[in-house]
Design a protein around this ligand. Structure first.
Ligand SMILES: NC(=O)c1ccc[n+]([C@@H]2O[C@H](COP(=O)([O-])OP(=O)(O)OC[C@H]3O[C@@H](n4cnc5c(N)ncnc54)[C@H](O)[C@@H]3O)[C@@H](O)[C@H]2O)c1
Ligand SMILES: N[C@@H](CC=O)C(=O)O
Length: 483
């Protein structure tokens, strides 16, 4: 058996049991479109049963000690580290990303288990100075209850652990619906969770359609939190669906990240960073640079060097370690990239890159620069989620700040300059939840990840990551005797 097959489980995981279904859904390798296997497409009754299980488990899990929850998360973390290569190969097989990036994501995903194992013991309450000497006041923090979690395919392990580890550390139990494209990554996490006794309903993985799942869990009053990572249109729908039962919601939605290069930036360094910011995960990253703005005085040299570096990127199967760009997730993604390029070309952009007929398969898209993009082009307003790099020149800071902010999104942004005053001005003015200055490497378990505007609600990771899963209970004890 190849390593990438070692962790494949073709069943959902509910209450520690592996279960099949009446209907099934195929999972395909995006590089070849070959079938990898299948998972059950679970019905309403089984979704409800997963909530029954998580609800029953909540009664037990919330009363475990913080150190017990921490130990369980650490054991899960260690299991992921031991199976790093098999997990990475499975991810490349199912999601398509180059193996080096898949290994990076396994490390990233595991890091949330360790981080929240550490944080589990720090969900402290407060004492409140009382206005009355006979009254004691304070707060304790308590888990909200069952959390329903819906995740995307682009980071098929990290987007799960970032939520689940925080929820479990807080004392909540979880029902996860992974993306239909990447259920095996989620089920591999379940297989490792089972090994560390997280198999009593604390962590459930339900394979089914998004709409069916969200309709059941949003209507269910026992589900007290809904945490979603995915596109903004689906996030809007889930906010509406959660209103009737007034759930706690956490939303990590789409981005349209600007990357701004000022004239004092070192061209060699900035080209490497910009290529990484644009093309990692083949451009299918919520924090990917979606629009590049370069000061006019260095614009043409930047476009030339960026395009040169881009054209040197090998495109092909993620299993070949030489390849830096893998397949897109499916044919629709390739068509969308193609239509963005055609729209830009029709409206006067310069298209730079290799011919698409050089692509090594139907799901591959050769990375492409759209130079001189304008506001009327779709690349300016839409998240491409593809290796498409729109670049344009700017003349002054106010102009580029206005252009960068002219979007409904507000997730990540990047700035390259060494001028202190300028850094402060941009940091204040950029309407984004995250600002990377002279780096594109902005994530990790220790940072508060999240967006403003229509990129989301709440933050994941860092010391605030558990907040989404904790209620503050205030207490007031009267009749306290005098000293
Ligand atoms: N902010 C972040 O942290 C972050 C991280 C990763 C991806 N994203 C965003 O995710 C998007 C790409 O991922 P995607 O294509 O998987 O997004 P998507 O919104 O299509 O799907 C995300 C998840 O929602 C489910 N879903 C789809 N339609 C649904 C519905 N009507 N009701 C309930 N669930 C539904 C899917 O099955 C999947 O599990 C991009 O916009 C990207 O920016 C954001
Ligand atoms: N790259 C993001 C996930 C978004 O797609 C992260 O670092 O968490």
């Amino acid at each position: 058996m190849n390593d990438e097959n070692a962790l494949i489980r073709e069943q959902a995981f509910i209450g520690g049991r592996w279960i099949g279904g009446q209907a099934w859904r195929d999972v395909v390798d995006p590089a070849t479109a070959d079938r990898i296997g299948r998972v059950p497409d679970l019905d309403d009754a089984t979704i409800d049963a997963s909530v029954d299980t998580a609800f029953a488990a909540f009664g037990r899990w919330r009363d475990t000690s913080a150190i017990e929850r921490a130990n369980r998360l650490m054991a899960w973390y260690e299991g992921m580290c031991r199976r790093r290569e098999a997990l990475a190969r499975l991810m490349t097989y199912e999601q398509g990303k180059p193996l080096a990036e898949a290994r990076g994501e396994v490390d990233y995903a595991a890091s949330f288990l360790r981080w929240f194992a550490e944080e589990a013991r720090r969900a402290s309450g407060t004492t409140i100075p009382s206005e009355d000497p006979h009254v004691a006041l304070g707060t304790v923090r308590e888990p909200v209850g069952v959390a329903a979690i819906i995740t995307p395919w682009n980071f098929p392990m990290a987007m799960i652990t970032r939520k689940v580890a925080a929820a479990l550390a807080a004392g909540c139990t979880t029902v996860v619906k992974p993306a239909n494209e990447t259920p095996f990554c989620a089920l591999a996490l379940a297989a490792l969770a089972e090994e560390v006794d997280l198999n009593n309903g604390e962590f459930n993985v339900v394979t089914t359609t998004g709409k069916r799942f969200s309709e059941r869990v949003c209507a269910d009053t026992r589900v007290r939190a809904l945490s979603f990572t995915g596109s903004t249109p689906v996030g809007r729908q889930l906010l509406r669906d959660s209103a009737d039962t007034v759930k706690r919601v956490a939303m990590e939605l789409g981005g349209n990240a600007p990357l701004i290069v000022c004239e004092d930036a070192d061209l060699g360094t900035v080209v490497e960073a910009a290529v990484a910011a644009k093309f990692q995960t083949s451009g299918q990253d919520c924090v990917a640079a979606n629009r590049l703005f370069v000061h006019r005085s260095i614009y043409e040299p930047f476009v030339e060097r960026f395009s040169e570096r881009m054209n040197a990127m090998a495109v092909g199967s993620g299993f070949d370690e030489a390849n830096e760009i893998g397949p897109l997730i499916h044919a629709d993604a390739v068509q969308k990239a193609q239509s963005l390029i055609e729209d830009a070309r029709d409206k006067g952009a310069r298209i730079i890159g290799r011919d698409q007929t050089d692509a090594p398969g139907a799901h591959f898209f050769m990375p492409t620069v759209v130079a001189d993009f304008t506001d009327t082009m779709r690349v300016s307003t839409e998240e491409s989620f593809a290796p498409v790099a729109p670049i344009r020149a700017f003349d002054d800071d106010d102009e580029v700040i206005a252009a960068a902010n002219a979007t409904e999104h507000g997730l990540a942004s990047y700035l390259f300059t060494h001028a202190d005053a300028r850094i402060r001005k941009f940091m204040r003015s950029l309407e984004y939840g995250m600002v990377g200055v002279n780096t594109m490497d902005i994530t990790g378990p220790h940072v508060p990840f999240g967006g403003i505007k229509q990129s989301g609600l709440g933050r994941e990771g860092a010391h605030v990551g558990m907040d989404e899963y904790l209620e503050t209970k205030y207490y007031c004890i009267g009749g306290v005797p005098p000293r």
